[in-house]
Design a protein around this ligand. Structure first.
Ligand SMILES: [Zn+2]
Ligand SMILES: [Zn+2]
Length: 159
């Protein structure tokens, strides 16, 4: 897609709809049924594909303002979307559109800008020595492919 088209699309979306466009957009999105996911989950995967595209062409500032994400703070993997990504085989996608809410060092919740889910996390160091992450999703029961995982590097934790 030529970048000027994307630029005008961004101006349009953020100017006219502000960041609530995501909800409207999801509801009119035409998606193919994907194997392995429940209805409604394709929209999240598709939206993520748009996010990946937007990110490629936009500056961080433009991208964050387009999707209504605060500019400060690190980004984390969303357990729900990451599980979805594995389930649909869309493994090229990093479902890292989540941030701590509120954006504070002691927060124990991440919110995802793709699916809108809020997920409880534990604050402890990742077991990978090269990873500086300290936001761990410890739940072992909710998702098939994603449990006890560092939301920074995506590695499973030993304990
Ligand atoms: Zn998500
Ligand atoms: Zn890690």
């Amino acid at each position: 897609m030529p970048s000027y088209i994307l630029q005008s699309l961004v101006a349009f979306l953020s100017g006219i709809w502000d960041s609530s466009w995501i909800k409207d957009f999801k509801s009119v999105m035409i998606t193919e049924r994907l194997y392995g996911v429940f209805e409604g989950e394709e929209e999240d995967i598709q939206l993520m594909q748009y996010f990946v595209l937007f990110e490629k062409y936009l500056t961080n500032k433009e991208f964050f303002s387009l999707i209504g994400m605060p500019t400060g703070g690190r980004r984390y993997l969303c357990p729900y979307c990451s599980d979805n990504v594995v389930e649909t085989g869309a493994a090229i996608l990093d479902a890292n559109y989540a941030k701590l809410t509120p954006n504070e060092p002691s927060s124990t919740e991440v919110t995802c800008w793709v699916c809108g889910n809020e997920t409880e996390v534990e604050r402890r160091d990742c077991c990978q020595s090269e990873c500086k992450g300290n936001v761990i999703f410890t739940d072992e029961t909710t998702y098939n492919h994603f449990s006890n995982t560092c939301l920074t590097c995506g590695n499973e934790q030993q304990s």
